[in-house]
Ligand binder design. Structure first.
Ligand code: DC
Length: 237
């Protein structure tokens, strides 16, 4: 799709949606296609959960968790398009990627104090634009003025199937029923919490991907981005 906004503004594009819908996969592809950086905000909540578990801090201890947020930093690398996360100088990578850590992240993310402590980090990463930010509350709370807002959804059974394939690919031994139950529980937690619940922003384009392949989702997103960019160009002429 070519590098966007090199001569002018670099946009903020947000992709929200529930667990297992494929946000990270398509956000990465879209970031490569546009030359933008990809911000995976779930990784921040996973980092808080991982640090809590490795330091014997309870996942229910809000002030302890907020303390952990203060040691987290992000490094935006324009060349690779990656945004690296560090906690007290330690590089965060594969250690946060398990299903258990996803569930623990969902628990810590319910606390308003934790969300507040991570808010400025996320906004700072997006302040110069040129970013695809993915998560649960990108369009509603973190980047309410984002240029392009997309909300991906899919039936829980299909999301469980996608997540299972990903986990098996990584060599994890998992059972479809367990993955489906995790997805249902995480949906429940992420949608029904009071602080920044998972929901589409009023101005988001909602795309049901249940019957679409990754390629079809990417094509649909590229079309959405193109038509929004054209609209914004026309209205600024
Ligand atoms: O996208 P993920 O599976 O890595 O996210 C893990 C959990 O983190 C998710 O279940 C809820 C929380 N989260 C959130 O509350 N807000 C975000 N913007 C991203 C993730």
């Amino acid at each position: 799709m070519g590098k966007m906004g090199e001569a002018g503004r670099r946009y903020v594009i947000v992709v929200d949606g529930p667990s297992g819908v494929g946000k990270s996969t398509v956000a990465k592809i879209l970031a490569e296609a546009t030359g933008y950086c990809c911000l995976d905000t779930g990784a921040l909540y996973r980092t808080v959960a991982w640090r809590a578990l490795s330091r014997d801090i309870s996942l229910y201890d809000e002030s302890g968790l907020v303390g952990l947020c203060n040691g987290i930093t992000m490094i935006r690398e324009e060349v690779s398009g990656k945004i690296r996360i560090q906690a007290d100088g330690e590089e965060i990578g594969a250690q946060i990627r398990s299903e258990d850590m996803g569930m623990a992240a969902s628990l810590v993310s319910r606390f308003p104090g934790v969300r507040r402590a991570l808010l400025h980090l996320q906004r700072k990463a997006g302040e110069s634009g040129g970013i695809i930010a993915e998560g649960r509350d990108m369009g509603t709370v973190v980047f309410p003025d984002a240029d392009i807002k997309i909300f991906l959804d899919a039936e829980p059974a299909e999301r469980a199937r996608r997540r299972l394939l990903e986990l098996v690919d990584r060599g994890e031994k998992v059972d479809y029923e367990d993955v489906l139950n995790d997805i249902i529980l995480r949906d429940e937690q992420d949608r029904n919490r009071t602080a920044a619940p998972l929901k589409p922003a009023p101005d988001a384009v909602v795309l049901d991907t249940t019957h679409l392949t990754i390629g079809e989702v990417v094509d649909a997103l590229v079309n959405i981005v193109r038509s929004k960019v054209d609209q914004m160009r026309d209205s600024s002429l």
